[in-house]
Design a protein around this ligand. Structure first.
Ligand code: 5GP
Length: 178
């Protein structure tokens, strides 16, 4: 199958990184239960693949958020479309994200979740855009640092499409058929 755009991270590189993150999480939570919180929709593939690389018992929950603004820029104002189903009080939470860009979405989520008194919260993100985080967020488990280009694939979309690409690719919206 022909690839789309300029491939930044291949399927193999993603698999290696996800295995590494799974090993790190397994080692860090050897003595405690983990609640993985996937942020829909973008993190669904990272969640599925990462969780299968974790060797300690994990539970799953999901949140769906949408940030107001245009398709390629984060506004920082976050709307919760779907909240957690579980109480997280006293739990060790690992938020699973596809990408951290400005950090505004995670900043909002962290504030929202800390109020619920979890024992800990860490962040696992496949991609972190370098240099443009408006709010520095500590991403303990990170797959790749990437340049500040707009990317799609492996869960990330453009107008709802391309989430199923098995690689991460740089897409210039000007190149797309309208
Ligand atoms: P932040 O609030 O950190 O700026 O952005 C986080 C969210 O913006 C991500 O979860 C993702 O939904 C979206 N986003 C940020 N950068 C990109 C990108 O390069 N491509 C796509 N498809 N979405 C992005």
């Amino acid at each position: 199958m022909e690839t789309l755009g300029t491939v930044l991270i291949t399927e193999e590189q993603i698999a290696d990184a996800v295995a590494r993150l799974g090993a790190e999480i397994s080692a860090d939570y050897a003595d405690s239960d983990v609640l993985l919180v996937g942020i829909l929709k973008g993190a669904f593939l990272t969640m599925a693949d990462l969780s299968r690389q974790i060797q300690v018992p994990v539970e799953f929950d999901f949140m769906a958020v949408s940030s107001y603004g245009d398709a390629t820029k984060s506004s920082g104002v976050v709307r919760i479309l779907k909240d957690l189903e579980q109480e997280i009080s006293g739990r060790h939470v690992v938020i699973v994200e596809d990408i951290v860009d400005t950090g505004l979405t995670l900043h909002y989520l962290l504030e929202n979740l800390w109020v619920r008194k979890p024992a800990s919260i860490e962040i696992a993100a496949l991609l972190v855009k370098e240099g443009i985080q408006e709010i520095p967020i500590e991403v303990k488990y990170r797959g790749f640092n990437i340049p500040p280009d707009f990317v799609v694939g492996y869960g990330l979309d453009y107008t709802g499409l391309y989430r199923n690409l098995p690689y991460v690719t740089v897409l210039d919206p000007d190149d797309l058929p309208s």
